[in-house]
Design a protein around this ligand. Structure first.
Ligand SMILES: NC(=O)c1ccc[n+]([C@@H]2O[C@H](COP(=O)([O-])OP(=O)(O)OC[C@H]3O[C@@H](n4cnc5c(N)ncnc54)[C@H](O)[C@@H]3O)[C@@H](O)[C@H]2O)c1
Length: 263
């Protein structure tokens, strides 16, 4: 074998990847990095203007992207979004279920959560995954392969208090990931989850008061890698799970939090 033969197990050149909640926060960093490695990115977000803006910036930088407004909790909106993505790029190789209600949720005691807030969090953070997968998987089945990456949270392992509805929804993401992996694995579709720790995304920082940031800095000292997590820290794992390098990994949850929780 010649060492000059090309071997590119992490290659995402030309892969079409939908990132929900891709217009802001961590999702936006995912979109930018995916475009930089040659993927064709669909930025799908509740905020249609922000999605269009993010996609335009990627295109202006020489990448390929399509920005679409989509509420992942609405089956009609998800159907339209996936159809538009497929019409534009002709295939769908990856789905990153990143959209969630998180930074906009108040932190507070578990028994003060409004019932309507509880329901809305479940609609977006768990039902949203289901609706997106239901629309995307038939395309992947036809193509003979596909990659789904669901974004959960290390709260599930840590039992972080406050935002109990959010924690519960993110535990649901792991159960969803495991069972769906078995249902679609025969079609060469991998379904995995990532559990980020507290990540200093622009939106997370904007919604955190000084006391909370200080508490997070204390938590940094209990990590194997004692510093604040940034969106960039999640990118490598995401690219790996979308790439052919992870073709025999499914139903797994990879914890990316600098070694705070040892999962
Ligand atoms: N930032 C953190 O500390 C952290 C930690 C663990 C897990 N996570 C997870 O990572 C992901 C991204 O986090 P983030 O900090 O960027 O969150 P964020 O709240 O800042 O951003 C979420 C994105 O989702 C979009 N969105 C919200 N509701 C939507 C809907 N119904 N349909 C479509 N899009 C919708 C928002 O417009 C936004 O662009 C989320 O799933 C979050 O739960 C974040």
């Amino acid at each position: 074998m010649s060492t000059r033969q090309q071997y590119k197990p992490f290659d995402l050149e030309g892969h079409v990847v939908i990132v929900t909640g891709g217009a802001a926060g961590i999702g936006r960093v995912y979109c930018e990095r995916l475009a930089q490695v040659g993927a064709l990115v669909v930025v799908a977000d509740l905020d249609a203007n922000a999605a269009a803006h993010c996609a335009q910036e990627i295109v202006d930088a020489g990448g390929h992207a399509l920005g679409l407004g989509c509420d992942v909790s609405s089956s009609q909106a998800v159907t339209r979004m996936v159809a538009a993505a497929h019409t534009r790029f002709g295939r769908i190789d990856g789905l990153v279920n990143n959209a969630a209600l998180m930074s906009t949720l108040p932190r507070g005691p578990w028994n003060e959560i409004d019932e309507s807030d509880w329901d809305r969090v479940m609609q977006v953070n768990t039902k949203g995954l289901y609706l997106c997968c239901k629309e995307v998987v038939p395309h992947m089945v036809r193509q003979g392969r596909g990659k789904i990456v669901n974004i959960s949270s290390n709260r599930v392992f840590d039992g972080t208090p406050n935002r109990l509805h959010y924690s519960t929804s993110k535990a649901g993401v792991i159960g969803f990931t495991r069972s769906l992996a078995r249902e679609v694995g025969g079609d060469q579709i991998c379904v995995n989850a990532i559990t980020p720790g507290f990540t200093a995304s622009d939106t997370q920082l904007a919604s955190s008061d000084v006391a909370h940031i200080r508490k997070m800095e204390e938590i940094n000292q209990r990590k194997a890698i004692p510093r604040t997590q940034t969106p960039e820290d999640l990118v490598g794992t995401l690219l790996f799970l979308l790439s052919p390098a992870s073709d025999y990994i499914s139903g797994q949850t990879i914890n990316v939090d600098g070694g705070f929780v040892m999962h």
